[in-house]
Structure formats: structure tokens, C-alpha cells
Design a protein around this ligand. Structure first.
Ligand SMILES: [Zn+2]
Ligand SMILES: [Zn+2]
Length: 102
């Protein structure tokens, strides 16, 4: 986890919005658990962002890009024999014949 203020105010302290705090019988803090992600900057009150989550999000995006590029394929038009790159369900740009990928 790497929290940063979404306003980039430079604040380095944050507050977990959803946390359970364990105390001993005299009420002194012992431990805590964050029950839901959600933090605010203590300096300016803006929501905080977890930069530790960003690489995972980027990786997911990259995987989606990969998946969508698989849909595109080079297909030889059976009518005019033009090599066309297309998505599923397109027509040949040269002669207008419907083409199927694969
Ligand atoms: Zn801030
Ligand atoms: Zn064609």
C-alpha cells in the first residue's frame, strides 16, 4: 500500500474511514483492522489514493488490450483475394463481401 493525497497537498498522514480498533480493558489501543479500503488525507481532507493498487489496475488493462487484439485477424477475402485486417463480422473493404474471422 502507498497512500497519496488525491489533491497532492503533500500530506503524509491519512485516516482509514472504515476500521475496527481493538482496545484493552482500560481502552488503550492494541490493534486495528481496516474493514474496507477508504482513506482521507489528514492534512486537507481530500480522499487518498492507494498507489499500491495502480500496477495491478494497469496490468488488468494490459490484459484487456491483449484480449481485444486477438479479435482482430488477417483474413483473405475469398471473393477478391484481398488480405484484410478486420474484427469479427466485418465486410471486405475492397468488394463488400461478408467475411468471417477464423
Ligand atoms: Zn491532502
Ligand atoms: Zn473482397
Amino acid at each position: 500500500m502507498l497512500l497519496v493525497c488525491s489533491r497532492k497537498c503533500g500530506g503524509t498522514l491519512f485516516r482509514a474511514l472504515f476500521a475496527e480498533v481493538d482496545v484493552d480493558r482500560t481502552g488503550i489501543y492494541q490493534d486495528h483492522r481496516v474493514t474496507q479500503p477508504g482513506y482521507v488525507c489528514l492534512n486537507c481532507g481530500a480522499p487518498a489514493l492507494d498507489l499500491g493498487e495502480v500496477p495491478a489496475a494497469l496490468e488488468e488493462e494490459a490484459r484487456e488490450d491483449e484480449a481485444s487484439s486477438i479479435v482482430t485477424a488477417d483474413v483473405l477475402c475469398p471473393v477478391c483475394e484481398t488480405m484484410v485486417q478486420l474484427d469479427a463480422g466485418m465486410e471486405c473493404p475492397n468488394c463488400g463481401s461478408p467475411l468471417e474471422v477464423g
